[in-house]
Ligand binder design. Sequence first.
Ligand SMILES: *[C@@H]1O[C@H](CO)[C@@H](O)[C@H](O)[C@H]1NC(C)=O
Ligand SMILES: *[C@@H]1O[C@H](CO)[C@@H](O)[C@H](O)[C@H]1NC(C)=O
Length: 229
Amino acid sequence: MERLSSLLFLLVGLFASKWIIVHTQVSIPPKLDGFAYKNRPATTDSVMIEAFFDPVCPDSRDAWPPLKLALQHYGSAVSLIVHPFALPYHDNAFVTSRALHIVNKLNSSATYDLMELFFKHQEKFYNPPTFNMSRASIVNHIVKFASEGIGNSYYSAIESGFSDRSTDLATRVSFKYGCSRGVSGTPFFFVNGFLLPDGGSAIHYEDWRSIIDPLIGMKREEPPIHFFL
Ligand SMILES: *[C@@H]1O[C@H](CO)[C@@H](O)[C@H](O)[C@H]1NC(C)=O
Ligand SMILES: *[C@@H]1O[C@H](CO)[C@@H](O)[C@H](O)[C@H]1NC(C)=O
């Protein structure tokens, strides 16, 4: 009897844990999260880099120029998807990430322009200079900043983007997607789905070359002969 009840207990436990797992799963977005660089579609024919950037993180800012240079070098052989990842200890990370989603929806070609603008004027959005600002005035400030950057005709569309719940949800999905991939800082990089070591720091141009050159070489001489795991 005792055995039976512990067996029952175990079964109930198993069911409960399965139930919990199923019900805490993030709902799957209709398309892959993130912003494709130059709207280049990510295909299995190119080397795919995924970068998790926080728009107000200095290390993300420093990681962008060498990566951009590498993308220019490889052209269509390499594709990039940037996922915004709002670090909770950066007060304006979520709101600036949301601005990227808003602008991406309005004109996807302008997303990277805005990201570069945030990187360039990042100090304005750090914690100390915005400590005494209300949430509303930070949002107003960002609406103004973003529309000056990508075109004043977007002002009211960006403004109403901040009261559109779907842009809030999209920014949450980006964050949850990062969590589900084990991202715990920025910048984090994945190449063809594999995490690069030393997450949280910028990768120099030469290092990108030494990561990607062999992959491109390997693809040319398919099938890979010396590929042991
Ligand atoms: C979208 O953004 C790109 C890049 O900033 C710009 O060249 C283009 O004119 C914009 N398109 C529209 C319709 O505003
Ligand atoms: C915030 O405002 C308070 C009261 O006006 C002031 O004493 C404080 O120095 C301000 N803090 C910052 C970081 O500006």
